[in-house]
Design a protein around this ligand. Structure first.
Ligand code: KPL
Length: 355
């Protein structure tokens, strides 16, 4: 029997990168696109430009993943809605703010035999997806985090520029309570198949994490990195490396920025997740975030790219999530509140200008 099909929802830089690598690992892949027009434009191939392998000055080598199918992600009531065949293995690579609505569009194709893998920045997406799907269609969830650096490919709608290979770690999210008392909610076979598919694609460097607490620590560290790097770089219009605290070009106020936001995240996590407190000290968070800043120094953060393109950002799932957690646990969060408010003001300003 051949390898099982994987559906990919979200044809941005990350979705196309994962789709191509799954295809190269031998999986049939179907992209779920927003419209019939996009399906019509898709020629069955995804182009990956390996920028990281680019010799100085030369063009990035390009690789093509072909024989990829495309369908519309739309509810059955939608005119021209596509297939209604069940989806067993779904990888969702949309932005955090789009994940719940995108999953709801294919709710009629998901069920208890399905597994949905979520790769968004921020936290709270799994809960939003469960709410959007409702009690009728509760798939198993895989929650993952990825540090692959990639961007859109100007002039190539179904292309992605792979700038900096990273890694991907994931775990099965605790399943919802069983439908009837006494029933056991075991993950369906599709959970293992989707996990195997991710691991089998060498370029994705994907590793399953056996213990949910270990993945949770990684997700919380990533959240702190995104909460520190993304809004500052987006508002200042600078690359990530600018906020490195060891940067001699910065004055004291800028050098204190990163430790300040990390200390606030540690205080929030300490109250919200006491069992993980010893792994999420201010020092541990600061070291992690400083390492991410240095490793991605040349990057333009995803929030900077979103604001520049006039798109909604993931702020509500990043600093917004920290602010809500702080409120629930009675912890002051002035730095995150301010960052959240400033990015929201920029978004509102842009939305008004676009009307
Ligand atoms: O995840 C990122 C993002 O831009 O969203 C970082 C790690 C900050 C890299 O740019």
């Amino acid at each position: 029997m051949g390898r099982p099909r994987v559906h990919v929802l979200g044809a941005g830089a990350v979705g196309l990168l994962f789709a191509a690598h799954l295809r190269w690992a031998g999986h049939p892949v179907t992209l779920l696109l927003r419209s019939q027009a996009a399906v019509g434009r898709f020629a069955g191939r995804v182009v990956v430009a390996d920028e990281w392998a680019q010799a100085a000055g030369g063009a990035a080598p390009q690789r093509v993943a072909d024989r990829i199918q495309a369908e519309v992600a739309a509810p059955p009531s939608h005119p021209g809605s596509g297939s209604s065949a069940p989806i067993e293995r779904l990888l969702v690579a949309t932005k955090a703010q789009d994940a719940a609505a995108a999953c709801a569009a294919v709710r009629h194709r998901l069920g208890r035999q399905s597994t949905v893998a979520l790769l968004q920045n921020g936290l709270g997406v799994a809960e939003a997806v469960r709410d959007a799907l409702g009690p009728g269609a509760q798939p198993a969830l895989i929650v993952g985090t990825t540090s692959h650096g990639c961007h859109r490919f100007p002039g190539e709608e179904f292309g992605t520029r792979f700038a900096a290979p990273g890694a991907c770690a994931f775990a099965v999210h605790p399943p919802p309570p069983p439908p009837s008392p006494g029933a056991v909610a075991a993950p369906p076979p599709s959970a293992q198949q989707l996990a195997d598919a991710l691991v089998a694609a060498p370029g994705l460097a994907a590793t399953p994490v056996a213990d949910w607490a270990d993945l949770h620590v990684q997700l919380l560290l990533k959240l702190a990195a995104n909460a520190t790097i993304n809004p500052a770089t987006a508002l200042a219009g600078c690359r990530n490396g600018r906020i490195w605290p060891g940067n001699d070009d910065n004055d004291d106020a800028v050098r204190r920025y990163l430790p300040l936001v990390c200390a606030e995240a540690a205080a929030i996590y300490g109250r919200a997740h006491p069992a993980l407190r010893h792994r999420l000290t201010a020092r541990a968070i600061e070291d992690h975030v400083a390492a991410v800043v240095r490793a991605t120094a040349r990057n333009r953060s995803s929030m900077l790219q979103d604001l520049d393109a006039g798109r909604r950002t993931e702020i509500g799932w990043i600093n917004g999530h920290l602010v809500r957690l702080a409120e629930q646990h009675g912890v002051p969060a002035p730095a995150n509140t301010l960052l959240y408010a400033l990015v929201r003001l920029r978004e509102q300003q842009q939305e008004q200008q676009q009307q």
